[in-house]
Design a protein around this ligand. Structure first.
Ligand SMILES: [Zn+2]
Ligand SMILES: [Zn+2]
Length: 205
């Protein structure tokens, strides 16, 4: 516990008293407690939207991602090596179910596959539909071809074709040896990362 100056101590105690009183009441009323937690949970997407607006990046954000965010209690991000396979699969189906619900209920005029490509996650926490990482290639799994091929050496980079792999080898060679290539992310996940960095900058952390 931090030291509290004697002048402030009474207010501090009163504050603690009120807080613990509220907490005790919430604990005594599990329904109210649950409602309060639910309320906070279901505002995650909205809170993110406001934060993105603050940074002028809201237009870039995938709406299906923000929608799903309100209904799950985790942040989807590449989690290979952090979560068990079982937990990864569990979160994947939980998340993608919400994306499906977004598509069914929100009447987004885009094609289903275009929304899924931008928002669905795989068991590894990154994009369900891998994209080709060659410069100037925008091919995506599920839309333009069945399956990307991983770099046979490091398994971290994905290409749509031998041609794309060849044209990227020079740029990829060094990081391939070091197995240093970052895992693929959805654009929404990348944006979230930027937002976190931006917010910690603003907060001076
Ligand atoms: Zn390609
Ligand atoms: Zn490689």
């Amino acid at each position: 516990m931090p030291e509290v100056s004697p002048d402030v101590q009474p207010y501090f105690d009163a504050g603690l008293g009120v807080t613990s009183q509220i907490f005790a009441e919430l604990q005594a009323n599990p329904d109210i407690m649950r409602a309060a937690v639910d309320m906070l949970q279901q505002r995650k997407g909205q809170m993110l939207r406001s934060a993105l607006q603050m940074f002028g990046r809201a237009d870039e954000m995938e709406p299906a991602y923000l929608f799903a965010m309100d209904f799950v209690d985790f942040f989807p991000k590449p989690w290979s090596g952090i979560l068990s396979k079982l937990e990864g699969h569990k979160r994947m189906s939980e998340w993608n179910k919400e994306v499906d619900r977004y598509i069914e209920t929100m009447h987004d005029p885009r094609n289903r596959i275009d929304i899924e490509v931008e928002s669905k996650i795989g068991p590894h926490g990154g994009p369900l539909y891998r994209f080709c990482e060659a410069e100037d290639c925008d091919k995506v799994e599920g839309r333009d071809l069945d399956k990307m091929k991983a770099c046979s050496q490091c398994q971290l980079v994905f290409y749509c074709s031998k041609e794309c792999q060849k044209s990227s080898w020079k740029a990829h060679k060094d990081e391939c040896k070091l197995k240093k290539h970052p895992p693929q992310q959805l654009h929404a996940q990348w944006l979230m990362e930027q937002l976190m960095v931006g917010m910690s900058g603003v907060a001076g952390m």
